[in-house]
Design a protein around this ligand. Structure first.
Ligand code: NAP
Length: 331
């Protein structure tokens, strides 16, 4: 029996509840029953040690709140009182102090419970401390969805390429910026118009600052640096230039030279940066649209390229499912 709690019941939390409803009957034969025992959003919670119905929680959330009960005190205190095996932590990213997600992850790992998270705040601020706590408590910390949504970069670099000497990882880690740069390059749209289009299509937030100023990509670069290269950096250590200063002239000049501008995040021996860079047309990193793509360079294998949808309800839930399978197989 494996009991799961979902912290944060927004886009990704609901996507994972849907995935659980579909997959847990099949997984039961292999791993025993998987039970969702708790879920909470910013104000309410549902908790039942006999198990909750994910579909009923989705219906309840569609009507406004995930649970009938108000959260008493803080959500961390509530989590401290719950009994479960795996926390799925998908509350909003906060790069100030890690936000409520930091408290949730510390609570779970401190109690020896496994954590799966897509929350970039805690991972890009206090990664090694969290990994150390997980190791000391015999728990697993998994975070595939935190970098590139469904693009399986962490698993490929950390597990499949285990033992390799990875020298650099560079890629397009933010689909919103890529959409904007692609529209500017292909259609000749000015930056503001391409941004408005991204907002109308739901690719960019009403406040797009984190995306267009490269903060989201910088969080992912910090996570890759910590998780794959074993360093201890924060998002604030990443040299960062966003795309808001990219001019129509720069885009046109690039095109004349057979190149495109792309916002590239890179972790290398001495590089830790996010910046608009020129990429030759035809190169894998010259992709358009909202896809994410990354090139992992290693001593023996040479470059390995992974790509996929970098965001979305079910896409990110798919990354959580893959982390869940890793934890279940390790039991
Ligand atoms: N969306 C994606 O495609 C994607 C992809 C990769 C990574 N991520 C990361 O995954 C996380 C979740 O993203 P999302 O798109 O699902 O965000 P979201 O739609 O804004 O949902 C966030 C959820 O967290 C809840 N919440 C806020 N503060 C809370 C607190 N103190 N305690 C408990 N719950 C709290 C919110 O409650 P209310 O419902 O009451 O507001 C909401 O249910 C973020 O860290 C994001 O960066 C998202």
């Amino acid at each position: 029996m494996t009991d799961i709690v979902i912290a944060g019941f927004g886009t990704v939390g609901q996507g994972f509840a849907e995935v659980l409803a579909h997959t847990s009957p099949g997984l039961r034969e292999q791993f025993g029953p998987l039970r969702l025992v708790g879920a909470f959003d910013s104000r309410s919670y549902a908790y039942d040690t006999n198990g909750l119905d994910p579909v009923a929680l989705l219906e309840s959330k569609a009507a406004g709140r995930v649970g009938k009960r108000d959260i008493p005190g803080t959500s961390r205190e509530l989590l401290d009182e719950m009994d479960y095996d795996i926390l799925v932590e998908v509350t909003p990213t906060d790069i100030g102090d890690g936000g409520s997600g930091m408290g949730h992850i510390l609570s779970a790992l401190g109690a020896g419970r496994h954590v799966i998270t897509c929350n970039k705040g805690p991972l890009s601020l206090r990664f090694q401390e969290l990994e150390g706590l997980a190791t000391r408590r015999g728990a697993m910390l998994r975070f595939e969805g935190s970098v590139g949504g469904a693009m399986p970069i962490i698993h490929v670099a950390k597990d499949i390429m285990a033992g390799e000497d990875i020298t650099s990882i560079k890629g397009i880690l933010n689909g919103t910026c890529n959409f904007i740069l692609h529209r500017m390059g292909n259609e000749g749209l000015p930056f503001q118009q391409a941004l408005r289009e991204a907002q109308q299509l739901g690719y960019a937030e009403a406040d797009p600052t984190y995306d267009i100023e490269g903060v989201d990509s910088a969080c992912k670069v910090a996570i890759l640096s910590n998780a794959i290269f074993g360093r201890d950096v924060t998002v604030h250590d990443v040299m960062r230039v966003g795309i808001s200063s990219v001019t129509d002239e720069a885009i046109a000049l690039a095109r004349e030279q057979g190149q495109v501008l792309r916002l590239i995040g890179e972790v290398g021996q001495s590089r830790l940066e996010v910046a608009p860079r020129l990429v030759p047309i035809g190169h894998p990193l010259a992709i358009g649209g909202t896809l994410n793509i990354a090139q992992i360079d290693a001593k023996f294998s040479g470059p390995i390229t992974v790509a996929g949808r970098g965001a979305g309800r079910m896409e990110t839930a798919s990354a959580i499912l893959s982390d869940l399978m890793t934890i279940l197989r390790a039991q």
